[in-house]
Design a protein around this ligand. Structure first.
Ligand code: SAH
Length: 383
């Protein structure tokens, strides 16, 4: 039985599911990915964790009864957690996340459904060694046309697992999947993450309901926000520096008979250009990539958020609306809000927060692991 150090025990008592190697007394002789019981310094069994032989996170807790003893019982418990995660999404649309790793009690396991396609990631050994079982379960439950494995993620290497990307089922990787009233293209092999950014699904619909007049969608990628705003009949300009992203957006617009003006440019330059031309907008969406990529990059990332928000505030007409997002896990909500507040103050705008949002409900976060609450969205009306 693995025992925690007193320090590790204190951490576990705070509810965080990750146990570091330095928080353990000795190392167990176990195959990576084994689900092992762990105990307090006094020997009291506390829970079951997924064992990693290489990562600095040695154990990740699963919400399983520590009394389960045989490997078969524990494996069955793992599949029960998967079934429960999927059952919890019964009321979610066909394009949604079916399993969100630690928050669903399944460390490293991400499963996204795009209508008739499924794309998954096994980012820990515990998930990886069960891949065939998991895929069989998804096959039986959904009969998908496409199953893609998107293990092209750097964190796999910390577990001692290779990066890989392959189609497990199907002979093509692109499909149309419903988002709101629209059908949008997703490429499960070539798209970002598992195919697209479906954590913003509900926020895109909410943003379209909030938007009005001339809209500017910054960092538009394949047009997640633009499509919904254009569908509402608004005049949309979408900006992204990637030609491929703009190409995807255009295909989505064409398929749905929507008109969106596109601009392939660096958003920082485009915002400056609009300002010098005296152009104004009624709605601006800012959904940039994570500017804060590590704890060390908080200051530079903060400056980047401040700059785009400041410029956006200046470009809005009176009564205008700003939908501003940050997906940086290393920047917590209060810090993000403070940064946007500083931008509003510098732009001399009166900024009224109408709503605060996070990732869609199929991307739950763990209350006791606040860094899992990475996506922050503010919906602001300016005077
Ligand atoms: N808003 C999108 C997701 C944005 S992902 C959605 O709703 O799905 C971030 C996007 O920002 C990517 O498409 C990337 O190409 C683009 N990007 C990154 N840096 C940029 C920059 N400086 N200027 C313009 N686009 C940028």
């Amino acid at each position: 039985m693995i025992r925690l150090t007193p320090k590790g025990y204190r951490r576990v008592c705070q509810g965080h599911p990750w146990i570091f190697r330095t928080d353990l007394q000795g190392q167990p002789e176990a195959e990576p990915g084994t689900l092992l019981p762990y105990a307090a310094p006094d020997g009291r069994v506390l829970g079951i964790g997924a064992w990693s032989a290489t990562s600095s996170i040695a154990l990740r807790a699963l919400p399983l009864d520590p009394k389960l003893s045989s490997p078969a019982e524990i494996d069955a418990g793992y599949m029960d957690l998967l079934r429960a995660a999927i059952d919890r999404r019964a009321a979610r649309p066909e394009t949604c996340r079916l399993c969100n790793a630690d928050a669903d009690g399944l460390p490293g396991l991400i499963i996204d459904r795009y209508g008739s396609g499924i794309s998954l990631q096994t980012l820990t050994y515990a998930a990886d060694i069960r891949l065939n079982k998991i895929v069989q379960y998804l096959e039986d439950r959904f009969h998908p046309e496409i199953i893609a494995l998107r293990n092209d993620v750097k964190t796999r290497e910390m577990e001692g697992l290779p990066q890989e990307k392959k189609l497990l089922k199907g002979d093509h990787s692109e499909l149309l999947s419903p988002i709101g009233d629209l059908m949008l293209y997703f490429d499960l092999m070539e798209g970002q993450k598992t195919g697209g950014f479906i954590d913003q699904t509900d926020n895109r619909l909410a943003a379209a309901a909030f938007a009005q007049g001339d809209c500017l969608d910054c960092f538009c990628y394949d047009g997640g926000f633009s499509m919904q705003m254009a569908h509402k009949g608004l005049n949309v300009t979408a900006v992204d520096s990637s030609a491929k992203a703009i190409e995807r957006l255009k295909r989505n617009a064409e398929y749905n008979h929507l008109t969106v003006n596109t601009l392939e440019a660096n958003v920082f330059d485009a915002l400056r250009q609009f300002e010098s031309e005296g152009r104004k907008f009624d709605t601006i969406v800012l959904d940039p990539p994570a500017f804060v990529k590590s704890r060390a990059a908080v200051e530079s990332g903060r400056r980047a958020y401040k700059e785009i928000n400041l410029r956006a505030f200046k470009l809005l007409r009176a009564g205008g609306r700003l939908v501003t997002c940050s997906c940086s896990a290393h920047m917590r909500r209060p810090d993000f809000e403070l940064t946007v507040a500083e931008a509003a103050a510098d732009a001399h705008r009166f900024a009224r927060v109408i709503d605060r949002k996070s990732a869609a409900p199929d991307h739950p976060t763990l209350l006791t692991a606040p860094e899992t609450d990475y996506l922050k969205v503010l919906m602001i009306e300016v005077s």
